[in-house]
Design a protein around this ligand. Structure first.
Ligand SMILES: Cc1ncc(COP(=O)(O)O)c(C=O)c1O
Length: 298
């Protein structure tokens, strides 16, 4: 690999891979020097921020924005980003964006307000319907990012008295949602392990009559393709466990399809579609930021 993009390294601009590596190393070392100690006379606001950053700087695996910023240029193969199908780097998304904009003269790029307050448009409603039809779902909702779609849904859906049961490898966005959630119980099960899910669900059922009687709900959070290891959820097995233990249907799934959308199943519609489990999933979260080469969640 060569011809790396050193444009963002300023005067140290690199033209070759070894030059690039040298620049990166110099920058990395600079970025990892602790700073708080030299800021005794600075306002506590900035000093405390640097102190918190120093903890990360001491960690060799730390990649701050400045370290991570330079990117490969387009002359090398991309095996690292989420632009799995190269829709973004090929310019195809840009092209279809302008084609679509051209077809809708009155389309406004401003939200003009939140969806509940002047920010709702027929166009958005139509697109959401198209998305729902594509995925064989009842309805769809577009969010600003996949992170927000996950965090917002996990935060909003479970009610007091309910439980969230999650695979212990779910994405940070699900964890953020759980921090905001009013759910009374949050329990993890071992990654991709149907027996562990069974144990956790059985313990909830055994210890709270509201779950056994079907009056409180359990939201089970999983991912189609796990973002860290790339392994696939044994969804059929997990669904069987939930249905067997909760035949009244009060244990339902939310599945994050970030890394399956566009790459798994017919038309890239994701794992749920491939397995024909649409009716078994209460909520599916798809991202526009991965294979679709754009941004947003739905
Ligand atoms: C599994 C998973 N869920 C959610 C997200 C967040 O998606 P977005 O980048 O669209 O906010 C990511 C992003 O990396 C992800 O890998």
């Amino acid at each position: 690999m060569h011809a790396l993009n050193g444009n963002e390294l300023g005067p140290q601009r690199a033209k070759t891979s070894s030059g690039y590596a040298e620049c990166m190393l110099t920058k990395w070392l600079k970025d990892h020097k602790p700073r708080a100690a030299a800021m005794k006379d600075q306002p506590a606001f900035y000093r405390n921020l640097e102190q918190a950053m120093d903890i990360s700087r001491a960690d060799p695996s730390f990649h701050g924005f400045h370290v991570a910023k330079p990117r490969w240029d387009d002359s090398v193969l991309d095996f690292t980003s989420s632009d799995f199908l190269s829709f973004s780097r090929s310019g195809r998304i840009r092209e279809v964006f302008f084609e679509e904009l051209g077809r809708h003269e009155n389309f406004r790029l401003s939200a003009s307000g939140s969806r509940v307050q002047y920010g709702n448009y027929d166009y958005l409603i139509q697109v959401e319907q198209e998305i729902a039809d594509f995925h064989g779902a009842e309805a769809a909702y577009i969010a600003h990012s996949g992170f927000m779609a996950n965090a917002g849904t996990v935060a909003a859906v479970p009610l007091p008295g309910d439980a969230i049961v999650y695979d212990d490898a779910v994405h940070a966005s699900t964890h953020e949602g759980m921090k905001l959630s009013l759910a009374s119980h949050q329990l993890s099960f071992r990654h991709n392990d149907a027996d562990s899910l069974r144990e956790v669900l059985s313990s909830l059922k055994g210890s709270h009559t509201a779950f056994a009687s079907g009056s409180s709900s359990i939201l089970i959070a999983v991912e189609s393709v796990y973002s860290m290891d790339g392994d696939i959820c044994p969804l059929n097995e997990l669904v069987q466990v939930a249905k067997e233990l909760f035949p009244l249907g009060n244990a339902q799934f939310i599945i994050d399809e970030a890394h399956s959308g566009g790459v798994i199943g017919p038309r890239g519609a994701g794992l749920v579609n491939m397995l024909g489990l649409e009716k078994e999933m209460a909520i599916r979260i798809h991202m526009c930021s991965k294979a679709l080469g754009s941004t947003g969640g739905k």
